[in-house]
Design a protein around this ligand. Structure first.
Ligand code: SDX
Length: 429
């Protein structure tokens, strides 16, 4: 027992539990023996005070608005690196050397095609299917095509599956978009970088050459970096829980996509833009802010608030800067939604309710404006979030699988239903 411990008195008996410290951030009280010793569970719906695992990948300081990936601040990674460098960092734990980066980029680039028969999946969907519904189905089906990389006990297969997903998500996302607008799929090109390849697969048409705008490609790449990983958020926890049963990595990522879709999580970028469109003009902001504060109104300001950040989401600041760069490059001067967003942000940041509840803009607040300016429809916004977050899900899944202490996740409950009672025959009911 370390010299740091916590004592819990349960029905007159003291029970001592080890307190463990990380390299930074809150200590944890190891209560894994609590039930064995006291016959009692902890109760923490939403896991507001629960550490589900030990991890070395991402650290968030919600009070200070800090986000580190393997120790590197998100603003430095977004400023100086590219998305595949961040992928390497998340997967391997260190920034790549020049040779390692070239090798990793080559391997990812040469896995971007999908099995030709996957095209047939898309024709089974209605054209108006939400692209996230398509992503859930097609990504889950990857295990049907790449069965040679589903043995999670094999380190080589784990890395192959990881690379395949990082490489193929842009292709599948672009196919989902193309299918939804009735245009032919565009194959990846190996002489383009990751973000440029994705933009071309989304926006090129067979009738003419597509020229990638380097400013927009850089902005897309930076948006991927900002969404890459975020500690034990809902979708990452979903991937970890799915993976804890030994499910194959493709199925685990499909589970993460399904969870991310929710408007309280990754679906907030689509919901935030729809909200800005509904507000329409700055003079209607007070009406919506009042609704957000009204306990009887389920309406919330989408793109505001966060379970962990009780300060400005550091990604939102970089996102806001990227928004202005993209609008500037595209010559969009007075985007009405940007005006509403900036006015709404100012109003919320000075409103007592938002100050007291520590509600700040999160990454989803500005991302929608940028993605719309880049040419994406709102129903593609969460697809782009899932594309970028795949590397985070994979890195966290690998860390969990490679943890020697790993076991299947199986929470308990506080049961408040009927106690045992005897069956009543139908004739007597
Ligand atoms: C993402 O976890 C992650 O890391 C997620 C993410 C990632 O990268 O993976 O960062 C990505 O999901 C960002 C969040 C995107 N979601 C939204 O923007 C949707 C709007 N935000 C809310 O739904 C909410 O803020 C959450 C879900 C994000 C956080 O909810 P919590 O932590 O459970 O907080 P809460 O619901 O308990 O809110 C605390 C209080 C409540 O009031 P009281 O009950 O205490 O009186 O603040 C209020 C809430 O009513 N509140 C809001 C609000 N968010 C919280 N009131 C108005 N508008 C909001 N947006």
């Amino acid at each position: 027992m370390t010299d740091k411990s916590a004592t819990l008195n349960v029905e007159g008996t003291d029970h001592s539990f080890e307190v463990r410290s990380g390299s930074v951030g809150p200590d944890v009280v190891d209560i894994s023996r609590l039930y064995a010793e006291t016959g009692k569970f902890t109760y923490d719906p939403g896991f507001t005070s629960t550490a589900s695992c030990e991890s070395k990948i991402t650290f968030i300081d919600g009070d200070e608005g800090v986000l580190l990936h393997r120790g590197y601040p998100i603003d430095q990674l977004a400023e100086h690196g590219d998305f595949l460098e961040t992928c390497y960092l998340l997967l391997y734990g260190d920034l790549p050397t020049k040779v390692q980066k070239e090798d990793f980029d080559f391997r990812v680039t040469h896995h971007t095609m999908v099995h030709e028969q996957m095209n047939r999946f898309f024709t089974g969907f209605r054209r108006d299917a939400h692209p996230m519904a398509i992503m859930c189905g097609v990504v889950g089906a990857l295990s049907a095509f790449y069965h040679d990389s589903t043995d999670i006990s094999d380190e080589h297969q784990r890395m192959v599956a990881s690379l395949r997903m990082i490489a193929k998500m842009p292709t599948i996302a672009a196919m989902a978009y193309k299918y939804s607008i009735g245009q032919p799929f565009v194959y990846p090109k190996n002489d383009l970088d990751y973000a440029s390849n994705f933009l071309r697969m989304c926006f090129a048409v067979p009738c003419e050459e597509y020229q990638v705008n380097p400013v927009l490609a850089r902005a897309m790449d930076r948006i991927f970096i900002l969404h890459a990983d975020h500690e034990q958020n809902a979708s990452t926890s979903t991937v970890r829980l799915a993976g804890s049963s030994g499910a194959n990595p493709f199925a685990c990522i499909a589970a993460g996509i399904a969870c991310l879709w929710g408007p309280a999580h990754g679906g907030a970028n689509e919901a935030a833009l729809n909200m800005l469109a509904e507000i329409g003009s700055a003079d209607r902001i007070p009406e919506f802010v009042a609704r957000a504060k009204d306990k009887d109104d389920p309406f919330r300001l989408m793109g505001f608030g966060h379970r962990v950040y009780k300060n400005y989401d550091p990604r939102a600041k970089i996102m806001q800067k990227t928004t202005h760069e993209v609008l500037g490059e595209l010559g969009i001067k007075d985007d009405p939604m940007l005006e509403v967003a900036m006015e709404l942000e100012q109003m919320a940041l000075t409103d007592e309710y938002f100050i007291e509840k520590k509600l700040y803009p999160n990454i989803d607040f500005y991302s929608g404006i940028t993605l719309k300016a880049l040419g994406f429809p709102t129903n593609m916004f969460t697809v782009l979030f899932a594309l970028a977050r795949t590397v985070g899900w994979i890195a966290q899944w690998k860390e969990m699988i490679e943890d020697p202490g790993q076991k299947i996740g199986r929470p308990r409950q506080l049961y408040t239903g009927e106690v045992q009672r005897d069956y009543v025959p139908l004739s007597k009911r």
